[in-house]
Design a protein around this ligand. Structure first.
Ligand code: HPA
Length: 277
């Protein structure tokens, strides 16, 4: 059995054989949001099954591949499909892609997800800039890891979502005349959706949206010193806020319906960030 470091070194070698792109930005595309990967130019795609140590995403709506190429002229690495804790993977697997991004030299992480809307002002299809998160997964991906030298033992999370990147995202939304909500993302393990009582609890705790991903990846990214920008697509009203039962089909179809706005926003953000660098 290889250690994670050995597997990641093997991944780097495989990637190096396929492309000479040196991405500075990494994207993680969430449920129903994988379409942005289709816009990558000069793309090479590597199935996760070809990457040593990578688990295979089991969730419909999540392709399982790493796409390297250019978006808006900028070299990027895109995870089209991610790993979730509820799939039964260890946190080290859930966050493996972020460690690979770091080893590839990526400095900025643009992370996306589909989330249930809790804030009364949100509607399905809204896009939300993540300002902060609540880690309600009952564990932390750095347990047993943070003693390694890659990052600090007790990493600071006081501005996990980079203030400057958030300002750029708001400016990009304004420029594109797109509404961009802002709010706190609560990360729970799933896979069951929340009960209405849990949603009331989350609202009291200050959550504006709820989902089953992102938080572990952001914690590891911050530990490794990456700057993070997070965008949620509000795919449904959270449990108890509408009279409809929740379903993954609704999550996927709302995310797909938002795809044009979502792509426009992300590309405009990338444009601005690139100009800034
Ligand atoms: N709850 C949890 N995760 C989700 C939801 C939700 O309502 N929608 C999309 N992912």
């Amino acid at each position: 059995m290889k250690t994670q470091d050995e597997s990641l070194a093997a991944c780097l070698q495989i990637i190096g054989q396929r492309t000479s792109h040196q991405p500075k930005m990494g994207l993680v595309l969430g449920s129903g949001l994988g379409f942005l990967a289709d816009q990558v130019e000069d793309a090479i795609a590597i199935e996760y099954s070809q990457l040593p140590g990578f688990p295979v995403s089991t969730v419909p709506g999540h392709a399982g591949r790493l796409v390297l190429g250019k978006l808006q002229g900028q070299p990027v690495a895109v995870m089209q499909g991610r790993f979730h804790y509820y799939e039964g993977y260890a946190m080290s697997d859930v966050t493996r892609g972020i460690r690979l991004f770091h080893l590839l030299g990526i400095e900025t992480l643009l992370i996306t997800n589909a989330a249930g809307g809790i804030s009364a002002s949100f509607s399905p299809g809204d896009l939300m800039l993540i300002t902060d998160h609540l880690n309600l997964m009952g564990t932390n991906p750095l347990i047993g890891l943070s003693a390694e030298s890659a990052g600090p033992l007790f990493p600071d999370m006081s501005t996990a979502y980079d203030l400057d990147l958030r300002a750029q995202a708001l400016a990009a939304a304004k420029q594109e005349k797109l509404q961009l909500r802002q709010g706190v993302y609560a990360g729970l393990t799933g896979p069951s959706y929340e009960t209405p009582a849990e949603i009331r609890m989350l609202a009291t705790m200050g959550a504006d949206a709820v989902g089953m991903s992102t938080v572990p990846e952001v914690i590891v990214a911050r530990w490794l010193g990456l700057r993070v920008l997070g965008i949620s697509c509000i795919s449904n009203l959270a449990a108890g806020l509408s009279d409809q039962p929740l379903s993954h089909d609704e999550v996927k179809s709302t995310a797909q319906a938002a795809q044009d706005r979502f792509c426009r926003l992300l590309l405009a953000i990338m444009d601005r960030i690139e100009r800034e660098v």
